[in-house]
Design a protein around this ligand. Structure first.
Ligand SMILES: [Fe+2]
Length: 267
């Protein structure tokens, strides 16, 4: 076989890198499909497996067309074995059920971690085919550029699918592993500061409602319907009343709200 020039040697080198990854992902995708119960996800994985096998065939054909040789698959087998072992370990954890769910290895988490791995692999493929498309364009190899761009579109579509899937799988993990009372319905975590700020806001209203009266009168006017402890609020309102009057930092909107509240309370 004739020796390749520098241009074709570089193209063959990059195409072989892409081929290695495609072969590796065939194994990983097959393993992930076997453990995926979620129908739309499983279907998409099967579709991408078919694409992956086609990519490998197309890249291999292109390498030969340029006059190069495909890499031996020694490295691939080694990498792929690593993935399979990882997947097998997750499968074993899955079989042990509730005990491992407590440790964060629920079925949902296995799916989530698989999706994260697939997303990482797609990102690498996107990088590789972007590299190949640009090199081929630079050296005037239109066929290689065209092939790389076509594959690139499919890799990006898979990455996009995974990007949307990962938040959904994360929600499923939260649902499966975290008790409802700790999930808090997606609201912000409650802190000890929050009630304090709420009280202060109300006390501002109270202080304004009283006008020039003493703080004791303020309490009876504005908090007539309140069920909370009034003694503490009265103290706060008398303390914060003067500071709020002195402060120029209060917004007009808040003052209007305070006036409205006062009007309602005194009715
Ligand atoms: Fe891919």
């Amino acid at each position: 076989m004739a020796e390749l020039n520098a241009r074709d040697t570089k193209l063959v080198q990059y195409l072989n890198e892409a081929l290695t990854k495609e072969k590796q992902l065939e194994t990983a995708l097959e393993a992930h499909i076997s453990m995926t119960t979620l129908a739309p996800y499983r279907k998409r994985l099967q579709e991408h497996l078919r694409e992956t096998k086609r990519h490998a065939r197309e890249v291999e054909r292109r390498i030969k067309k340029i006059g190069g040789q495909t890499n031996g698959m020694g490295g691939v087998v080694h990498d792929a074995t690593g993935i399979v072992q990882d997947v097998a370990a997750k499968g074993a954890a899955l079989a042990q059920g509730p005990m491992h769910a407590v440790r964060g290895t629920s079925e949902q988490e296995v799916l989530l971690k698989n999706a994260r791995t697939e997303f990482k692999e797609e990102a690498e493929e996107i990088g590789t085919y972007t590299m190949i498309a640009n090199l081929a364009q630079k050296v005037g190899d239109r066929d290689t550029a065209k092939l790389a761009k076509a594959i690139l579109r499919e890799e990006k579509r898979m990455a996009g699918f995974l990007e949307k899937l990962i938040p959904r799988l994360t929600s499923a993990v939260a649902q499966a592993e975290i008790p409802a009372r700790e999930r808090n319905g997606g609201r912000r975590r409650t802190t000890t500061r929050k009630p304090a700020s709420t009280t202060r806001k109300r006390s501002t209203t109270s202080s304004r409602s009283g006008g020039s009266r003493a703080s004791g009168t303020t309490r009876s006017t504005s908090r007539s319907g309140g069920s909370r402890s009034t003694a503490r609020k009265t103290t706060r309102s008398s303390a914060s009343g003067s500071s709020s009057r002195a402060s120029k930092g209060r917004t007009t909107a808040r003052r209007k709200t305070a006036r409205r509240t006062t009007a309602r309370a005194s009715r």
